[in-house]
Design a protein around this ligand. Structure first.
Ligand code: FEO
Length: 173
């Protein structure tokens, strides 16, 4: 059985995953406004992935007999000057998520909560991939700088990203 302290921490993080989804949905809209349809696609795929993350926490908590709570979301920023700024904000946000996942994992170890430790392992691995993808794009954007042709090439690359539903995913948004 999961402790109240652990389920409260997981519920708090579940809301952060929902915030992540909304953050990237707004970034998708902002990228579209900048004329970058490929980046808009990339952020929309990221939004869908974050909804899966959110639903993974939702399903885990409800399977543990926990009634979730969803406090009102914080306002979502919607002003960005460039794709580079959006990607830098994305990486900073993912660094925060990684640190939160690590704290949850540490709490699960301290509580000897083996089920939650196993549940969180997927997220530990996922964060490595997310941060790596963000760093790659930031590096490319820094190389091209203000060169419009270079930015459009990166935008074309970002257009290739597709949403891949997870096997057994609780949600295919
Ligand atoms: Fe769900 Fe991007 O971490």
């Amino acid at each position: 059985m999961i402790s109240k302290k652990m389920s409260d921490s997981l519920n708090t993080h579940m809301n952060l995953e929902l915030f992540s989804a909304h953050l990237y949905l707004v970034m998708s809209s902002c990228a579209n406004d900048l004329g970058l349809k490929g980046a808009a696609n990339w952020f929309f795929v990221q939004y869908r992935e974050e909804m899966v993350h959110f639903m993974k926490f939702y399903t885990y908590l409800t399977d543990q007999g926990v009634v979730i709570s969803l406090p009102a979301n914080k306002a979502i920023p919607n002003k960005y000057k460039s794709l580079l700024e959006m990607m830098q904000k994305t990486l900073a946000h993912e660094n925060l998520i990684t640190s939160c996942i690590n704290n949850l994992s540490e709490q699960a170890v301290q509580e000897k909560d083996h089920a939650t430790q196993i549940f969180l392992q997927w997220f530990v691995t996922e964060q490595i991939e997310e941060e790596n993808n963000d760093r790659d794009l930031i590096a490319k954007l820094k190389i091209v700088g203000d060169n419009g042709h270079g930015i459009l090439m990166i935008d074309s690359e970002m257009a290739q990203r597709t949403f891949v539903p997870l096997a057994g995913s609780p949600l295919a948004v």
